[in-house]
Design a protein around this ligand. Structure first.
Ligand code: PA5
Length: 530
């Protein structure tokens, strides 16, 4: 297609949201109106399913739960008055708590004010807050730090960065289930660090969790500062606009009402039951086209703005945990999903874009473009890096150039353009992708709101830790070094010698009282003693 025809195609396949000034350009996906017509029946059903979901249907059948993240930004949509009041009250509580923290009305026992936040959570209880913090909190009133794993070295790095400021650090423990091991471990490690500095952890701690969870009970029994609810009808990866994301954002000085209103405006647009008039439907259509409805191509997300760096990682979870499913809603094995990866432009042009342009064509790109180069007054003071050209012109030119170069080499792309990175536009982006994922889930008939694979991983880890306890028990009864195979048998797991070996090697590497004898290169011949 020549440049003139492409210009026409751009105009034909451009969606523009007037209020939000958001553009969605799907002109570089090579579908046509026939494809839209072909997809029409599937979309009609998806729109109906989505309306039922918003109306309070049990849209997450495996967990027998409603799916209500849309109500968070428009409580009038909640299916009953109690839920509506709960949502409104939670937002008011977050705002009032934040005000008191910022004014020092709620203060740590040994400092004037809280200066820092330590946010402890994983998956949906971390990625949204991390993304939003990086996108919006350029100079926050309180600096935020994250425990988003169970890596002891990671804990130590954050804690040593905080040093004495632990005395003025507010801890948010975020876990919907209140029983996920990683945040539980993070909380225990943080608790110990407070004790070591002679600080009362409870006077620094806040829980965001489901009503009645273990964490909820602990927070109440230990007299923590307060708790905020995480409703069972909000999934982890769609929880950024619940207390999970709003509390850390508000504490960092982000306008959470603007985030909510941006999301609400986008929700109105993505509720329209017409493919070409609905930006989320256009995204879902594009994904379906690219991967033949089977995820045959990966989604590479490239935000051309440093502050949106974590958007790719946030979307990776939102898309892959939602859509990556073995079975469809009727129980058929389908192995669905779309692989998502990305970092940021133009950095990635000096990394893997070489392969995207010339290598295996197993992907489609999503460019995220931001029109304003700089926030605030510095716009006027932009220097020219070459006559008539600024750094921002380069960023824009490199985006356009990459889009063209990959299209010319038969690679498709989508471009989402926002005017600037504001709370309102971040809210809108979150809402756009939440809806696109939901619609795509309905198109391919999978439950986008459960995560059985994650549960399977948690169970498998619990089995290994139980084996570790049995192995140590068995070893205590040995007076002489014993082989790994013999130890596995004595621990009641004769077929698990490899797992036993890895447990022992890890214990030995960490001076946990276990010794390995022999050559590390021949694990089958090693012997073990205490
Ligand atoms: O999206 C999800 O549901 C998951 O990623 C969860 O957020 C994650 O497993 C953490 O769960 P929880 O908040 O219960 O600790």
């Amino acid at each position: 297609m020549n440049a003139v025809a492409l210009w026409q195609r751009y105009q034909d396949w451009l969606y523009y949201h007037d209020g939000l000034e958001v553009y969605l350009d799907v002109s570089r996906m090579r579908f046509d109106d026939r494809f839209v017509e072909q997809m029409q029946p599937k979309f009609e059903k998806a729109f109906q399913d989505m309306a039922a979901l918003e109306g309070g249907a049990i849209a997450n059948p495996d967990e027998h739960r409603m799916v209500g993240h849309y109500w968070l930004r428009d409580p009038d949509l909640a299916p009953n008055e109690d839920l509506k009041q709960d949502i409104i009250q939670t937002i008011q509580d977050i705002e009032s708590f934040t005000r008191k923290i910022h004014l020092g009305e709620i203060r740590p026992p040994q400092a004037e004010k809280f200066t820092d936040i330590l946010s402890i959570g994983i998956g949906g209880s971390a990625l949204g807050p991390q993304f939003v913090s990086q996108a919006l909190a350029a100079s926050p009133p309180m600096a935020i730090h994250f425990f988003d794993n169970t890596d002891p070295a990671g804990f130590d790095r954050v804690l040593s960065g905080l040093g004495d400021r632990l005395r003025s650090t507010l801890v948010l423990v975020i876990s919907k289930s209140g029983g996920t091991p990683e945040p539980r471990n993070g909380m225990l490690e943080a608790q110990r660090a407070y004790q070591q500095q002679g600080l009362d952890f409870g006077r620094h701690a806040v829980a965001v969790t489901g009503y009645g969870s273990e964490l909820d009970k602990l927070a109440k029994s230990q007299g923590w500062l307060t708790t905020f609810p995480m409703h069972d009808w909000v999934g982890g990866r769609t929880s950024e606009l619940s207390a999970v994301g709003l509390l850390p954002a508000a504490l960092q000085g982000t306008d959470i009402q603007a985030m909510l209103s941006g999301a609400k405006e986008m929700d109105v647009a993505t509720r329209v039951p017409k493919i070409k008039e609905n930006p989320a439907a256009l995204l879902a259509l594009s994904w379906y086209f690219a991967g033949n409805g089977k995820g045959e191509k990966d989604m590479v997300v490239l935000p051309y703005k440093d502050s949106l760096l974590l958007f790719s990682r946030y979307l990776q979870q939102l898309v892959m945990e939602s859509l990556g499913k073995e079975k469809d809603l009727d129980g058929n094995v389908v192995h669905q999903g779309i692989a998502v990866y990305g970092n940021k432009g133009t950095t990635d042009q000096h990394a893997y874009v070489q392969q995207l342009r010339e290598g295996v064509p197993n992907f489609f790109l999503t460019f995220i473009e931001v029109l304003h180069d700089r926030q605030g007054t510095s716009v006027a003071s932009a220097i020219e890096v070459e006559p008539g050209v600024t750094s921002g012109d380069y960023l824009s030119g490199l985006l356009q150039g990459t889009r063209k170069a990959i299209y010319d080499n038969d690679r498709d792309s989508i471009t989402v353009t926002i005017p600037e990175v504001t709370p309102r536009h971040v809210g809108a982006l979150i809402a756009l992708y939440e809806r696109a994922v939901g619609l795509y889930g309905f198109l391919v008939n999978v439950n986008a709101y459960h995560q059985p694979g994650v549960e399977a991983g948690k169970k498998a880890a619990a089995v290994i830790l139980e084996l570790q306890r049995n192995v140590i028990q068995a070893l205590k009864q040995e007076s002489r070094p014993i082989t790994i195979d013999a130890l596995a048998t004595k621990a009641g797991a004769p077929d698990e010698a490899e797992a036993v070996y890895k447990i022992i090697r890890h214990l030995a590497a960490n001076d946990r009282g276990v010794k390995l004898h022999g050559s590390a290169g021949q694990p089958g011949r090693l012997t073990v003693s205490l």
